[in-house]
Design a protein around this ligand. Structure first.
Ligand code: SAM
Ligand code: NAG
Length: 520
């Protein structure tokens, strides 16, 4: 079956923290970037697209590298991604149709099911035809031409990274023999749809999911729907106009020198490179959403071994605790340097300092939090998770190759636990100018506290940050109280001391803003 993925490039779409796509790309510096022919994203889309080369065009060695890359991604998924999917294809959805639920579903069914009218294919060149080999290849079976979804290719990739037991059942479910005898263990599947933050009045995601599900069901009559336990997940998502028309393109082609430089450059330069390729620095997402059409992309979810990562899950959640993936990527945005003292003065259950200590063992991480129960949870999380980290020395979620098993004492020395203490962000127990970096997810109206209490908190909190930070020190502050924080930064007590380097909208359940600041 592998020959069917021979001549087409493999497109993966990775779900990542929204608004931090560029950081994710920097973080994917491991094997994925070594192999990808193309990586692109649109800031705020929540997805990074990774294109792997057409396996058939590669020498044996190259093939092995691609296979290994795929299984690495599945066995050790980097913490900056939530999920990964192999693209089956995408269709263009005109605006009028996007707004009409019935038409939308009809369109999806029609285009995704039987798309074998040559005229239609010419009129609507599908996205994957950008791979010049895709349309000319002769290895694609006749079957495959009847649908605009590249099932064979995606299933072949899925099989590559799945255990043999799954592969056998999959082959059985695909075999054309009429084995009515015993449907021993049918392949179970479900379909889902990620609307992201696209407003889509009148069209429910579950209806689109159901439509996709019926497509899969028609295509693979032996598969059984099972929403809770499934082997195959068919997933759809919207691709914004911005991604199509103003695609921010991050070139990470195989020239390893270029890649290394991009990785070590400071944020500013990477940013320039990125904007340079688009020729347009500011995209107004809201305007883009109003205008015109969308694409619908469909893919198959890869079975990432999420639980293999020692800190994707924490024992104690708080009411406002950040997802680990977001915290990890946020720390990546702040980019601590060796030797840095990094402080979170609103540390909740300790997410940011724990993730930081695990990934930046050459830095010292401190968290303080005003609610005693949170501090307790934070320390429990730290004990548990840092313990796991010590067992799996890591970069992202990848265990380092271990020539010999280091003794526990060696391990515990290499990863010091963060200090997670009780404290008030309005009066921090640290000397002035003693901190290099503050990374904080501040309290803000929605889920805790109130706007009123924040109005009292923020001025003092900002003053403390100014006091703690050394000259040249930096801060990344996340808040839903954008205006309130901006007001403090504009105030006479702060303006001469803190410069705003960047503000970016990110999504942590709600749309919030991450402020990147430098202490002058
Ligand atoms: C948005 S939450 C941070 C959650 C944290 N990132 C986590 O993952 O658990 C803000 C935290 O600030 C704490 N907080 C509120 N006022 C504070 C203050 N004056 N000093 C320190 N922490 C405070 C809240 O109790 C809450 O845990
Ligand atoms: C889904 O699969 C599980 C495990 O095989 C089974 O117990 C359950 O009944 C199935 N659900 C449906 C709706 O078929």
């Amino acid at each position: 079956m592998t020959h069917q993925i021979a001549m087409m490039s493999i497109e993966l779409f990775l779900a990542v923290p929204m608004g931090l796509e560029d950081v994710v790309v920097r973080k994917l510096s491991s094997s994925l970037c070594q192999v990808a022919t193309e990586i692109h994203y649109s800031l705020g889309s929540g997805y990074v697209i990774v294109v792997l080369p057409a396996i058939g065009t590669l020498a044996e060695e190259g093939k092995d590298v691609v296979f290994k890359t795929l299984s690495d991604l599945v066995d050790h998924p980097p913490l900056c991604i939530f999920s990964a999917h192999v693209s089956l294809g995408s269709i263009h959805v005109p605006r009028v149709i996007f707004k009409d639920p019935a038409e939308l579903l009809a369109l999806a069914k029609q285009k995704f099911r039987l798309n074998n009218h040559p005229s239609m294919q010419e009129a609507q060149p599908s996205r994957e035809s950008s791979s010049p080999l895709a349309t000319t290849t002769s290895v694609v079976q006749v079957d495959e031409k009847e649908t605009s979804l590249h099932w064979e290719q995606a299933l072949a990739v899925l099989k590559l990274v799945s255990p043999p037991s799954f592969t056998d059942r999959m082959d059985e479910s695909l075999s054309t023999e009429n084995s009515n005898d015993k449907e021993s263990d049918p392949v179970r599947f479900r379909a889902s749809f990620d609307r992201g933050d696209i407003q889509h009045k009148g069209v429910r995601s579950q209806d689109i999911a159901a439509a996709l599900g019926s497509l899969a069901g028609d295509r693979f009559p032996r598969w059984k729907v099972n929403l809770t336990e499934f082997d195959v997940e068919v997933i759809g998502r919207w691709i914004q106009d911005v991604e199509e028309t103003d695609r921010v393109y991050f070139k990470e082609v195989s020239a390893s020198n270029t890649r290394k430089r991009a990785r070590t450059d400071d944020d500013g330069e990477v940013e320039t490179a990125r904007l340079g390729t688009t020729g347009q620095s500011e995209v107004q997402p809201s305007q883009q959403m109003e205008s015109g059409s969308k694409r619908m992309q469909v893919g198959i979810t890869l079975p990432l071994a999420l639980s293999a990562c020692p800190y994707r899950f924490r024992p104690k959640d708080g009411r406002t605790s950040l997802r680990m993936e977001i915290a990890y990527t946020l720390v990546g945005l702040a980019d601590p340097k060796p030797g840095d003292i990094v402080v979170d003065t609103c540390s909740g259950v300790g997410t940011i300092p724990i993730i930081g200590a695990a990934h930046y063992p050459q830095c010292l991480f401190l968290g303080s939090e005003i609610l005693p129960p949170n501090v307790e949870r934070a320390n429990e999380n730290s004990r548990e998770m840092m313990g796991r980290v010590d067992l799996a020395r890591i970069e992202g979620c990848r265990p380092q190759p271990q020539p010999q098993q280091p003794s526990p004492s060696q391990n515990s020395r290499s990863h010091s636990r963060p200090s997670l203490i009780l404290g008030d962000a309005k009066a921090v127990c640290l000397r002035s100018s003693s901190v290099d970096l503050v990374i904080s997810d501040l309290p803000w109206g929605q889920r805790e506290s109130s706007h009123l209490s924040n109005c009292k908190l923020y001025p003092k909190l900002v003053k403390e940050i100014i006091r703690m930070l050394r000259a040249g020190g930096r801060a990344v502050l996340v808040t839903g109280e954008r205006k309130l924080l901006q007001r403090q930064l504009d105030a006479p007590f702060a303006k001469p001391y803190l410069r705003v380097v960047e503000k970016r909208e990110i999504t942590i359940g709600f749309k919030v803003v991450a402020f990147e600041l430098v202490r002058l």
